[in-house]
Design a protein around this ligand. Structure first.
Ligand SMILES: Nc1ncnc2c1ncn2[C@@H]1O[C@H](COP(=O)(O)OP(=O)(O)OP(=O)(O)O)[C@@H](O)[C@H]1O
Length: 268
């Protein structure tokens, strides 16, 4: 189970310019929270600060009451690009995290195989990165981020480079993997539908300077199925988020209204 994360009045300025204005957020243990917002609103900055890869200008982040002051070790991170090592096979790429933490190889090799099977990669353990599709490579990255059973999983547009069908499958698979161990998740995405499908709560961010515009609950039952995207409950939440972006002037259409069931992938 994941640990709670407390973000308290965090700001970030670069060269005197405020990229992120005071941001506070509390993530409960095992909660899946997505951050959506236009380019440049500080999503990646906030994620890096939570990971301890960057320091806030003011404010602080704590994970289970311990203030983050350096790169966290009990976390898994997935970026948009899979960053696999070409000379290591799939299993050995997943095991990098375990090796870096000097964890027992046999135990973690079994766990890696189990995760790969759950991610639909059974039979590919000995394949090399150049033999994988983009979706398969990103599945390997997700397994690598989870193999040491982290209490916090941070994902920065992990499916952004994938085609729509692969993204759909990745959402389903990620939900399945998350439900197995329930780490606390911060998931940055430009896809409103992806955020609604996966999240317990969604943070809508506004740009210049980056700030939290709204936080929405997603009270849809789990485990969620792709067909849920056709339901009124699902689309009401999508519409609510889109209206926030309309109000901010981030998206517009000709009549300045959002048509029913609009799919906004990357208008942001
Ligand atoms: N190292 C840096 N030096 C100077 N400015 C930076 C640096 N990193 C980020 N910024 C600025 O901070 C702001 C927020 O950037 P950030 O990458 O967090 O946004 P984002 O919401 O993740 O954007 P995107 O969706 O395009 O990835 C931007 O205006 C960016 O130019």
């Amino acid at each position: 189970m994941g640990k709670p994360v407390r973000i308290e009045q965090v700001t970030k300025s670069y060269h005197g310019l405020e990229a992120l204005s005071p941001t506070s957020l509390f993530l409960e243990e095992g909660e899946f929270v997505s951050i959506v917002g236009p380019s440049g609103c500080g999503k990646s900055t906030l994620l890096r600060i939570v990971a301890g890869l960057d320091t806030p200008t003011t404010g602080r982040v704590s994970v289970a009451d311990r203030v983050v002051t350096q790169p966290e070790t009990d976390i898994g991170i997935v970026f948009q690009s899979p960053v696999l090592l070409d000379w290591r096979n799939v299993l050995d790429n997943v095991l990098i995290q375990a090796e870096a933490r000097k964890l027992p190889h046999d135990v973690y090799a079994a766990r890696a195989r189990d995760l790969l099977a759950a991610a639909g990669l059974k039979g590919f353990e000995n394949a090399y990165p150049h033999q994988l599709s983009g979706g398969m490579s990103q599945r390997v990255s997700v397994c690598r981020a989870l193999v040491h059973n982290p209490s916090l999983l941070l994902m920065d547009e992990p499916f952004g480079a994938l085609d729509a069908l692969t993204r759909d499958q990745m959402m389903v698979d990620l939900q399945k993997l998350w439900l197995r161990s329930r780490p606390t998740v911060v998931f940055v995405t430009h896809s409103v539908q992806e955020a609604v499908f996966l999240s317990d709560r969604i943070v809508v961010m506004a740009p210049r300077p980056g700030r939290v515009e709204a936080v929405l609950d997603v009270p849809l039952p789990r485990s969620r199925r792709l067909s849920m995207r056709g339901t009124a409950e699902f689309n009401a939440i999508v519409d609510e988020i889109l209206h926030h972006f309309q109000r901010m002037g981030v998206i517009r259409d000709e009549e300045d209204e959002i048509p029913e069931n609009t799919t906004v992938e990357m208008a942001l």
